[in-house]
Design a protein around this ligand. Structure first.
Ligand SMILES: CC(C)(COP(=O)(O)OP(=O)(O)OC[C@H]1O[C@@H](n2cnc3c(N)ncnc32)[C@H](O)[C@@H]1OP(=O)(O)O)[C@@H](O)C(=O)NCCC(=O)NCCS
Length: 175
């Protein structure tokens, strides 16, 4: 019988500027480690080009993105999400922790907070790495497009969205 690897213990907490180096490390490891076979080496280099920890400080500050990080006792940050309004802007899981359910936990948590803020849907500019993951979690492709990465190459991507459950008082009553 094939046994599924268990997700090691971790906790979710709000991201803060001091997390920026850990966020950047997970981002780069995820894109390089999980993007192989989906994108070419040149596309991956272009994606990660000129991105550094300072971008996360700016995202939390003037850009107003809300970060949540998954922290494991020995490893530190092993995954994170970021959203603003109804848009999920980042979701990255360290390759060592991939396909254990952490991405789903981070996604569910972000969706719950986007819904609690009163939004009716979640929108995502998804990479082709994330596309099958999001489809399996109820998102649909609205448009295929190319994202112009910092390194200059166009990266195939997709706009995706998912309606959020309405609050109970807004549901249509059938009796
Ligand atoms: C997308 C991502 C966050 C998923 O994180 P994760 O922790 O591996 O996700 P989970 O373990 O919760 O879910 C795994 C499930 O997602 C789907 N999935 C994930 N990667 C997949 C792939 N390459 N092909 C097909 N399905 C995939 C499957 O349904 C899988 O379930 P399974 O392992 O039982 O088959 C992670 O792959 C990642 O960081 N990717 C690189 C960064 C990225 O592209 N992020 C999205 C940018 S918007």
């Amino acid at each position: 019988m094939l046994l599924r690897k268990l997700l090691p213990r971790y906790r979710l907490r709000a991201g803060k500027p001091a997390d920026a180096p850990g966020l950047h490390a997970v981002y780069e490891r995820a894109v390089r480690g999980l993007g192989r076979g989906v994108y070419s080496d040149a596309q991956i280099d272009s994606w990660v080009f000129a991105n550094g920890p300072e971008r996360y400080v700016a995202a939390m500050g003037e850009d107003g993105e809300i970060f949540e990080v998954a922290v494991a006792r020995r490893r530190g940050i092993v995954g994170f999400s970021a959203y603003k309004d109804e848009e999920l802007r980042s979701l990255y899981v360290d390759p060592d922790w991939a396909r254990l359910g952490l991405g789903t936990a981070l996604l569910r948590s972000a969706e719950a907070r986007i819904a609690a803020a009163g939004h009716a849907k979640v929108v995502i500019g998804a990479s082709l790495i994330g596309l099958p993951f999001y489809e399996a979690r109820g998102y649909r492709v609205v448009a295929h497009r190319h994202w112009h990465s910092r390194g200059g190459l166009a990266i195939p991507a997709a706009d995706m969205e998912k309606p959020l459950n309405q609050a109970p008082q807004e549901r249509q009553m059938n009796f």
